[in-house]
Design a binder for this molecule. Structure first.
Ligand SMILES: [Zn+2]
Length: 686
């Protein structure tokens, strides 16, 4: 038969589970009985490597805080988790949860050495009872994080000691009474243990592990009923009934707990098979959007759930935890809306809340963020310094926990399928090396500037032709995606998953073109946000960066700086929209700097000595120009931009050309724009 393609473009599928439920991947471990089979199987750490701008992003992280913070932050320097006599709770495990994947994604010797210095004391801390970690710690919560660290470490190294520590700890949970009180973090976050519990069950098939998880599910906070009833809705927010405390009710209104818990009913669905738990997940995500949704894919919480108005903040921990929840949920359900949301967070909320060099981060980010400083704010429970870009604004949890965001996202770009194929889950430049079919190893190189461009080439390399299915997710916003292979092109609808089945030859290239038309989305008070592909666009505001020292001295470390940012141009613009054609007059300017690599570092002062290409470093990468008009009555309130006036807003000025830049690069921004009433304007678009 030679190189004849047996089948190509066999079927386009929207619901995946119905087609693959009975199959079982022979190369990667899916769910054993009695668990339901998931839509996809996560690939082991190391199977996917970043390339292009994404590699530079991870390298910036390695050269930034992640590569250095445990050399100077006393809570990590002296951590009891690494054998010191200091902090013995969550900070060490949080840090490792990002350091471990970063080290192995980059094959960075320096970082791997760091990992080993931390991991060895943890591996040798396992006791006869099965408990492990620092002697000082009696709380189960930090072990829930540490379990995820050991899981990733094992995947990267095959060090069987990690499996033993985890097995002993799950045996400890089996042998001791449930201890998951609603008033403590370990109780509201108890099902976090199910991530590693199910993973351990896949690895070992120990039949008692599902019983342990059942006991956790039944004896910890009931998040499923929470999502069904959703007590902290917009009415509760408007009436100030959201409990701003740290007791059992306040913990269910806590933004990070919510971002973690959205996956708990989904995790349990694997074992229960009851659709009630699946529905709770999708219901919960809709309710977040409806009641607390913000531009950039996140929901607000500063740091209790705080409503939809665009002056509200979202804590960085909740961005990375929501991303991780979506990565887990996508593997379980395979619903493309979950991956669309994951990309939105990764490509807007995450870069928008750190400096490009990953040295400084915010505690709370805002969609309409017009000043960054420590002046008095009206956050629900956070301190005034929460939106500065610094080492540890407000509280140090994000400084410990932020590191997992980019590495775990990179690690989730591809997953294995139950029919021994591969699925492109989220898009970005990378290489995946994985086993397909009957065990053939293939490499797929994903060449793209995505999310700045919608063209993606998949280049297949293998020693010999390989027959397997390749699944491509078509984002919901893509109207007609084009897939081209060997001169043939087909188009597919947004939201679908396309399965391409063929005997792929070495050096075959499949091209996916996702049309990135500019579009708008209705938001708070009839305001509008502008999007292109997975990117939100924000008003470009001229800025002045001011180095400051807040309530600590960065522990004397010179590499770390705190920044306040002040606006040097007007921000109070409304958009001039042609209601018959919403995106008329919006023009895309694709600057050369979007092409990797480039040397011009632009105007961002914190990475002037770096030669790397970080797209979020430069506001001018892909720009949208349009018309706006100042709204004199729209001013500041409590040192944030006041809520956008109800649109349409009467025109009181002159039309100006304004620039919109990606949210992730705009450290000052308006993202939810009032709309100017254009009835009196005739020729603004000419
Ligand atoms: Zn935090």
């Amino acid at each position: 038969m030679g190189k004849v393609i047996i089948t190509f473009f066999v079927v386009s599928m929207i619901v995946l589970q119905s087609c693959t439920g009975d199959m079982e991947n022979i190369n990667y471990k899916g769910n054993p009985e009695p668990l339901k089979q998931n839509a996809y199987i996560k690939l082991p750490l190391g199977a996917i490597k970043p390339t292009g701008w994404l590699k530079s992003q991870l390298e910036a992280q390695a050269e930034g805080l992640t590569g250095h913070v445990d050399d100077f932050w006393p809570d990590l320097v002296n951590s009891s988790w690494r054998g010191g006599d200091g902090e013995a709770w969550e900070r060490g495990p949080y840090y490792l949860d990002g350091l471990v994947p970063l080290a192995y994604l980059l094959d960075d010797e320096k970082l791997i050495k760091k990992v080993n210095n931390w991991i060895e004391p943890i591996l040798s801390s396992s006791r006869d009872s099965g408990w492990y970690g620092p002697a000082k710690n009696k709380d189960r919560w930090p072990l829930a994080v540490s379990n995820k660290v050991l899981m990733q470490y094992y995947e990267a190294t095959n060090d069987s000691r990690a499996i033993e520590v985890l097995k002993n700890y799950f045996r400890y949970l089996k042998d001791t009474p449930p201890d998951w009180p609603d008033k403590d973090w370990r109780g509201v976050r108890a099902m976090e243990n199910a991530v590693t519990g199910y993973w351990l069950f896949r690895q070992t098939k120990e039949p008692w592990i599902p019983d342990v998880i059942k006991s956790i599910q039944e004896n910890s906070s009931d998040w499923t009923t929470y999502y069904e009833k959703f007590p902290w809705d917009s009415a509760a927010s408007a009436e100030k009934k959201i409990p701003l405390n740290w007791g059992p009710d306040g913990l269910t209104a806590h933004v990070v707990n919510n971002a973690m818990a959205i996956k708990y009913p989904g995790l349990w669905f694997q074992q229960s098979g009851n659709k009630r738990f699946m529905n709770a997940v999708f219901d919960g995500i809709s309710k977040y959007d409806l009641n607390h949704g913000q531009a950039g894919g996140r929901f607000s919480g500063d740091e209790h759930l705080s409503g939809k108005s665009p002056d509200r903040g979202t804590e960085l921990c909740s961005v990375v935890e929501y991303m991780y929840s979506l990565e887990e949920l996508y593997a379980i359900f395979g619903d493309n809306k979950l991956a669309d949301r994951l990309e939105m967070l990764a490509y807007n909320a995450l870069p928008g809340t750190t400096t490009a060099d990953m040295w400084a981060h915010q505690y709370d980010q805002q969609s309409n963020q017009v000043i960054v400083n420590g002046d008095k704010r009206s956050w629900s429970t956070n301190g005034n310094y929460s939106n500065i870009y610094g080492l540890m604004p407000n509280f140090a949890c994000c400084l410990a926990n932020m590191h997992q965001g980019w590495p775990k996202f990179t690690q989730s770009l591809w997953m294995a399928t139950n029919d021994n194929g591969l699925a492109a889950v989220a898009y970005g430049p990378c290489i995946v090396k994985a086993k397909v079919g009957k065990g053939t190893e293939v490499i797929i190189s994903e060449e793209t500037d995505y999310p700045f461009s919608g063209q993606i080439n998949f280049r297949i390399s293998s020693e010999k032709p390989a027959r397997f299915s390749l699944y491509l997710r078509i984002p919901g916003w893509a109207e007609n995606a084009e897939i081209t292979y060997k001169g043939k092109t087909r188009t597919d609808k947004g939201g679908s998953t396309v399965m391409l089945y063929a005997r792929w030859d070495p050096e075959d290239v499949i091209t996916l073109k996702l049309p990135m038309n500019i579009r708008v989305e209705k938001r708070y008070n009839n305001s509008l946000s502008v999007l292109r592909g997975p990117l939100y666009y924000s008003l470009r505001i001229e800025k002045e960066y001011k180095k400051v020292t807040i309530n600590y001295d960065n522990f004397g470390y010179k590499g770390s700086v705190d920044w306040e940012i002040y606006p040097k141009s007007a921000w109070n613009y409304g958009l001039m929209i042609d209601r018959a054609n919403l995106t008329r007059g919006m023009d895309l300017v694709e600057n050369e700097v979007t092409r990797y690599p480039f040397a011009d570092k632009g105007d961002m002062i914190w990475s002037a000595d770096s030669a790397k290409y970080i797209p979020w470093d430069k506001e001018a990468a892909v720009v949208i120009t349009t018309r706006g008009m100042k709204i004199p009555g729209w001013t500041m309130k409590d040192n944030s931009a006041d809520i956008p006036p109800l649109s349409p807003v009467k025109q009181q000025g002159v039309a100006e050309v304004i620039q919109l830049v990606p949210y992730g690069s705009a450290k000052l921004r308006i993202t939810e724009f009032p709309v100017i009433d254009l009835k009196q304007v005739v020729d603004v678009f000419r």
